[in-house]
Design a protein around this ligand. Structure first.
Ligand code: PBG
Length: 343
C-alpha cells in the first residue's frame, strides 16, 4: 500500500478534508457503559469511606439529629451495633465523637478512662476487632464553654495549656484501643505534642490523622447540634483558618508533616477542593482525607427531601469529585447509604 507524501493512507486524507472533526472524537470512549468503565480515572469505593459516629453517655439511646436526617446520637452499645453494621457493608473505619454526661472548664471528660469515647472504643474493638477506630481529639464537646481548649484570663484559647490536655486525651484514647488519633482543634504544635505523648506512653504504633487544614466554616452548624459543642460565646476564628486563604494551608500541612502526622486532612471538602488538589500536589506521598462535613450533608438531604435533587446521583458525584481532586479517603455521613449503593 502506498503512503502519500503527507503520511496518510490514500483516501483517508480526502475524507478528513471533507469532515476534519472525524479524527478527533473523544466520544468514541463514551459510547458504551463498558468502555466508560474501562477508561474511568477515579473509582469511588466503600473502602475509601470513614463513618462518623456520635456516641452519647446515655444508655440505650438513639437520638435523632434534626438538621442531619438519618444521623443519630447512639449509646455505647448501639454505636457498637451500628459500627458492626457498617463493617458488614464493607466500611473499614469509624470516627468517634463523644457527648459526655458532664462538661467542665478543663474538658476532663475527654481524657476520662471511663469517658464515653473510651468506652465506645473498647466496645467496638470487642465486637468488630478488624474495624479501624479513629478517635477525634478535641475539647469542644467536653468544655462547659464549648471552646476547643482551656481559656486564659482574657477568655482566649490558651494554646500550650491545651496541648497538655490533648496529650492526655490522645493517650487515654490509645489506651482504650484506638488505631488513629485525630486532633481537630487547630492548636499549634498539637501533632508533635500528641506524637511525643503517644510514643512515651508506649503507643508508637498508634497513628495521628491531623485536621491539618481546618477552616472556620459555617458548614459545621449541624455538627454543633449533633455533638453539642457550639461555643457559648465568640467563635473559632482565632485558631481555625480563614476561608479566604489557601497558601496558608501549605504552611499548616508542612508543619504537621514535620511534627510527624501520618495522614493529612482538608475540612470542609466541597468549598475547598482547590485546597485538596494543592495538598495532594504538595505532599504526593501523604495519605489525604477530605471531610465531607455536616452542613454539606444537610444541604443534600434538604434538597433531596424537597425533590429538587436526585440524592443518590448527587452524593456519588460529590464524593467522586473529592477523590478526583486528590483525596484518598472521605469522612462522610453518607457512608452507610453509599456502601449500600456500591454493593
Ligand atoms: C470539633 C469538630 C467540629 C467538626 C469536627 N470536629 C466542629 C467545629 O470545629 O466546630 C465538624 C464536623 C462537621 O461539621 O461535620 N472538634
Amino acid at each position: 500500500m502506498s503512503i502519500t507524501r503527507e503520511g496518510s493512507l490514500p483516501g483517508v486524507r480526502d475524507a478528513e478534508a471533507a469532515q476534519p472533526a472525524l479524527r478527533r472524537r473523544p466520544r468514541r470512549l463514551r459510547r458504551t457503559a463498558a468502555i466508560r468503565a474501562l477508561v474511568r480515572e477515579t473509582q469511588l469505593t466503600t473502602e475509601d469511606l470513614i463513618l462518623p459516629l456520635f456516641v452519647t453517655h446515655e444508655s440505650d439511646a438513639m437520638r435523632a439529629i434534626p438538621s442531619m436526617p438519618g444521623i443519630f446520637q447512639y449509646s455505647v452499645e448501639r454505636a457498637a451495633s451500628h459500627a458492626e453494621e457498617a463493617a458488614a457493608l464493607g466500611v473499614r473505619a469509624v470516627l468517634l465523637f463523644g457527648i459526655p454526661a458532664h462538661k467542665d472548664a478543663a474538658g476532663s471528660g475527654a481524657f476520662d478512662p471511663e469517658g464515653v469515647v473510651q468506652r465506645a472504643v473498647r466496645r467496638i474493638r470487642e465486637r468488630v476487632p478488624e474495624l479501624v477506630i479513629v478517635a477525634d481529639a478535641c475539647l469542644c464537646e467536653y468544655t462547659e464553654h464549648g471552646h476547643c481548649g482551656l481559656l486564659d484570663d482574657r477568655l482566649e484559647v490558651d494554646n500550650d495549656a491545651t496541648l497538655a490536655i490533648l496529650e492526655r486525651v490522645a493517650v487515654s484514647q490509645a489506651e482504650a484501643g484506638a488505631d488513629i488519633i485525630a486532633p481537630s482543634g487547630m492548636m499549634d504544635g498539637m501533632v508533635a505534642a500528641i506524637r511525643d505523648a503517644l510514643d512515651s506512653a508506649g503507643y508508637a504504633d498508634v497513628a495521628t490523622l491531623s485536621y491539618s487544614t481546618k477552616y472556620a466554616s459555617a458548614f459545621y452548624g449541624p455538627f454543633r447540634d449533633a455533638a453539642q459543642g457550639a461555643p457559648a460565646f465568640g467563635d473559632r476564628r482565632s485558631h481555625q483558618m480563614d476561608p479566604a486563604n489557601a497558601r496558608e494551608a501549605l504552611r499548616e500541612n508542612r508543619l504537621d508533616v514535620e511534627e510527624g502526622a501520618d495522614l493529612l486532612m482538608v475540612k470542609p471538602a466541597l468549598a475547598y477542593l482547590d485546597v485538596v488538589r494543592q495538598t495532594r500536589e504538595q505532599f504526593p506521598e501523604m495519605p489525604l482525607v477530605a471531610y465531607n462535613v455536616s452542613g454539606e450533608y444537610a444541604m443534600v438531604k434538604a434538597a433531596s427531601a424537597a425533590g429538587w435533587l436526585d440524592e443518590r446521583s448527587i452524593v456519588l458525584e460529590l464524593l467522586t469529585g473529592m477523590k478526583r481532586a486528590g483525596a484518598d479517603m472521605i469522612i462522610t455521613y453518607h457512608a452507610m447509604e453509599v456502601a449500600r449503593w456500591l454493593t
